[in-house]
Design a protein around this ligand. Structure first.
Ligand SMILES: Cc1cc2nc3c(=O)[nH]c(=O)nc-3n(C[C@H](O)[C@H](O)[C@H](O)COP(=O)(O)OP(=O)(O)OC[C@H]3O[C@@H](n4cnc5c(N)ncnc54)[C@H](O)[C@@H]3O)c2cc1C
Length: 528
């Protein structure tokens, strides 16, 4: 059946996390249509962020120092101009969020309370009520969005496919995100901004919400957009290992407060692994935790001496995740494992927030701007979403001016979904996620990556017309293919068969879906 087609002058934003909400507000009073699969505030990684936002607020810190740490953590592939620009904008965005009502923690004199996180040279992360940064920032933005008449939010809808012609995006297809799905509706718009989050939910062991499974990256790739740095996935060392899916997080700020990592023998194993011990870069800690788990040594985060009872008041999200599993962190160490957490790669995005296709902009974790390189510096994720949301909004206004006078085309859209359509088979999604964790995880090998590509092809072949599954398999294919091509270890990408960094490869990677599919076809051929 042909899709219903709706034409609008509204700017379409796909996704309603920090990037999407902030972009919608930055575009106001320009009319916006925001597509959100869930009720605002749920389904987004943003609402789960615990640490906060990295920002050099005042001396002795400086944007230059923040940029230096960002470049160092990124292991040779950060774009230094992007790092300089993003870190320089940070304090202004924090002031803006404060002015909107975000209750950042402050001391008695009104200065921001700053947390220290791994690989930062000083305490620099602004936080809210201990570990409530994401929840509180999102609450502030959602209240503001709800009170902004130019923003129409459609809750219960998800994008499936970009409409493109001649290398330009002209709109997006959406369907109901309810359990039964629906037929698709095609929305034609002057600009589409993708803010649909990252890919870490493509892994069986992840900290990301179930909606965040690389769908918008795959959607852009299927439309022909360039994807960059896809092999660089960050594994958070301290996901709480109690069998929950997604795995709750024990924020890095706990280690900043002095919590230590021990194994079941009581050995503090990070002392031998890195001079910064528990505050070593994330990839180093994640691999050490993974190695302990593989060796059957049960890694654990011990907060007892550093925090004692304070964990319950200062880190309520961690305390309640522990309580759900019957763990009292005042008495016992918290079992942890390394879980897929953040995708440094994504849709190639330039300094104006543009993707490689005309008419398409990107912000947030779906983007690959060059800020994170091979390893994101802690708490730079929310910052990047803020900076690029505003940048993209500005560029959309500059290049897609609103029609003059009364614009009937910007009237709110009436969307009603007809029954039908196709949703991914949950068993295939589960198999895809297991494949990614088993073969494209903390450590990788050529044979494992080849197996992953073969499995992904087989999964895709079982439901070849389901757009949402194709979005996920497209992203999984590009991550695996990029990991196969990078024959070295760097940042979040660790190849057991190439355990050293190769100076000749100290650059970003770029791959189209077509290129990745060619590698996948070769992997399938070799297996036959
Ligand atoms: C547990 C956890 C803790 C974190 N802590 C921090 C931290 O302390 N500091 C920090 O800087 N970063 C942190 N991060 C990373 C950070 O939260 C994310 O990088 C950031 O929130 C991404 O924002 P976003 O707007 O791009 O995506 P998200 O907030 O993930 O929002 C994506 C949105 O897109 C929607 N969506 C997905 N697919 C579709 C589709 N097909 N159609 C329409 N909509 C779709 C989702 O439902 C959601 O609304 C953390 C992440 C996690 C998971």
């Amino acid at each position: 059946m042909d899709s219903v087609v709706i034409q609008t002058d509204r700017i379409v934003i796909v996704g309603a996390g920090l990037g999407g909400l902030y972009a919608a507000l930055s575009l106001a009073p320009r009319p916006v249509l925001m597509i959100s699969p869930e009720t605002l505030g749920t389904g987004a990684s943003s609402a789960w962020a615990q640490g906060g936002v990295a920002a050099a607020i005042e001396a002795p810190d400086s944007p230059a120092a923040h940029a230096r740490d960002t470049v160092r953590a990124g292991a040779g592939t950060v774009d230094p101009d992007v790092a300089a620009r993003v870190t320089a904008a940070a304090a202004d965005h924090i002031a803006g969020l404060s002015a909107l009502g975000t209750p950042f923690d402050r001391d008695a004199e009104g200065h921001y309370v700053l947390s220290r996180e791994a690989a930062h040279s000083m305490a620099r992360v602004v936080r809210v009520q201990g570990d409530q940064a994401g929840h509180q920032i999102m609450r502030t933005l959602i209240d503001t969005v709800r009170a902004t008449p130019s923003i129409q939010v459609i809750e219960g809808a998800m994008a499936t496919t970009l409409e493109a012609s001649g290398g330009a995006v002209t709109g997006v297809r959406v369907q109901s995100s309810a359990d039964g799905g629906s037929e698709e509706i095609c929305i034609r718009a002057p600009a589409v901004l993708l803010a649909g989050g990252g890919s870490a939910g493509l892994y069986a062991l992840t900290t990301n919400p179930p909606r965040v499974r690389g769908q918008v990256i795959g959607m852009a790739a299927r439309a022909g957009a360039m994807i960059s740095d896809a092999e660089f996935v960050q594994f958070h060392p301290t996901a709480i290992d109690t069998g929950e899916d997604p795995a709750p997080l024990a924020t890095e700020a706990l280690r900043g407060e002095g919590a230590i990592l021990v194994n079941r023998h009581g050995t503090r194993f990070m002392l031998d692994a890195h001079p910064d011990a528990e505050l070593a870069p994330r990839d180093v800690v994640a691999r050490a935790i993974f190695a302990q788990a593989q060796a059957g040594n049960r890694p654990m985060l011990d907060t007892r001496a550093a925090l004692g009872a304070r964990i319950k008041t200062q880190f309520p999200a961690v305390a309640s995740a522990c309580a759900r599993a019957g763990i009292d962190p005042e008495v016992d160490p918290i079992p942890v494992s390394a879980a897929a957490h953040y995708h440094m790669g994504g849709i190639d995005t330039d300094a104006r927030g543009r993707a490689s296709l005309d008419g398409l902009w990107v912000c947030g974790e779906a983007s690959a701007t060059g800020l994170h390189g091979a390893n994101r510096l802690a708490s730079n994720g929310l910052l990047e979403a803020l900076v690029y949301a505003r940048t993209a909004a500005q560029d959309i206004c500059d290049t897609r001016p609103a029609p003059a006078g009364d614009a009937p085309g910007a009237a709110p859209l009436a969307i009603s979904f007809a029954p039908g359509g196709e949703l991914p088979d949950p068993a295939l999604v589960a198999e895809l996620r297991r494949t990614m964790t088993a073969h494209v995880g903390v450590t990788r090998t050529e044979s494992g990556l080849m197996q992953a590509l073969q499995r992904i092809a087989a999964i895709e072949a079982q439901q070849p017309t389901c757009a949402t599954l194709l979005n996920m398999t497209a992203t999984a294919t590009i991550i695996s293919a990029s990991a196969l091509v990078r024959r070295e270890s760097r940042g979040g990408h660790w190849r057991e068969d190439f355990p050293h960094a190769d100076p000749a490869l100290a650059h970003r990677s770029h791959m189209t879906l077509q290129e990745a599919l060619a590698l996948r076809a070769r992997a399938v051929e070799e297996s036959q």
